[in-house]
Design a protein around this ligand. Structure first.
Ligand code: FAD
Length: 260
């Protein structure tokens, strides 16, 4: 069988294969690069896993995997966490009465690029954090811990994201305005609008996949009502955008096609 067969993705859907591939890569590859985790880096890792347990709408075996990893990390009270111990704790357990499995293959569907160096992991990371900000906004009082997910993302990106230039750009945006976010819905819109800022900056550049041009998202054909014109100038209808994001990044819009 030809495993590199092109996968036909529908850009109006979110794919579990992208989400699980991103989790696998972020936890087992990016976070396991350092020989030991300690200090702020260890805290960032614990925070990332705790946020996933709270808000990632995963399949039962993945939820169990994340819960087990989270409890294991909570029990790790020494200041240094060696990579060998972490790698052991991140192994799958298929034999238990509640299997704890995060697939170890990397399969991109919605995030598949036209060449291997395009899209993939960075696309998955944006997708995961949009999803988490939306799930957090749907699950608790708006004014309670508004920065919970955004600050987790900020710490993850700062300490683990392999693209250092990306991390610096993101940190600069975060330092400028993230702390002014006062509600969970505002956090959703902060990430959406700053992702669009990144899209605008990267449009036409050499990291752009020619088959997936950087757009201001969602484009009019995906959400006509999200767009308005005020005196001939483009404007977003932010309430409609929020409604669109809640539907796009909802568990009901996550498809299992190509998931292991
Ligand atoms: P992505 O921009 O990765 O988007 C993924 C998917 O999210 C899209 O397919 C779409 O479905 C959806 N989406 C798009 N825009 C929005 C939005 N505004 N709101 C909600 N959903 C949206 N690359 C660089 O070259 N330089 C950088 O400085 C840089 N900084 C980055 C910082 C961060 C934090 C991250 C996660 C990535 C960064 N990247 C950077 C990578 C870049 O942003 C893209 O992820 C990469 O080029 C792949 O692009 P893509 O076409 O798959 O779409």
């Amino acid at each position: 069988t030809n495993t590199s067969q092109p996968k036909r993705a529908d850009r109006s859907k979110v794919y579990m294969a992208d989400l699980e591939s991103t989790l696998h890569y972020s936890l087992r590859v990016e976070a396991a690069r350092a020989a030991t985790l300690s200090g702020a880096q260890l805290a960032a890792f614990k925070c990332y896993v705790a946020t996933l347990v709270k808000y990632f709408p995963g399949r039962p075996c993945v939820q169990t995997y994340l819960q087990n990893l989270d409890s294991w990390l909570r029990n790790w009270t020494e200041p240094e966490l060696p990579r060998s111990a972490l790698k052991e704790a991140m192994k799958n357990n298929r034999d238990a009465s509640h299997p704890a499995v995060l697939p170890t293959n990397v399969t991109w569907v919605g995030c598949q690029g036209s060449e291997p160096h395009f899209r993939g992991y960075p696309c998955g990371l944006w997708t995961i954090f949009h999803l988490l900000t939306i799930q957090a906004a749907q699950s608790g009082p708006d004014k309670e811990l508004p920065l919970e997910v955004l600050s987790t993302m900020r710490c993850y990106v700062r300490h683990f994201f392999g693209c250092q230039e990306c991390a610096q750009h993101f940190e600069a945006m975060a330092a400028e305005s993230m702390d002014r976010v006062t509600g969970r819905e505002e956090a959703v819109l902060w990430l959406w609008s700053h992702h669009n800022e990144v899209n605008a900056r990267l449009a036409g550049g050499d990291t752009e996949d020619p088959n997936f041009p950087k757009l201001q998202w969602p484009p009019p054909d995906m959400c006509p009502q999200c767009h308005r014109e005020e005196r001939g100038v483009h404007a977003w209808d932010q309430l409609t955008v929020l409604t669109f994001l809640k539907a796009h990044f909802s568990p009901a819009n996550i498809y299992l096609d190509f998931a292991e």
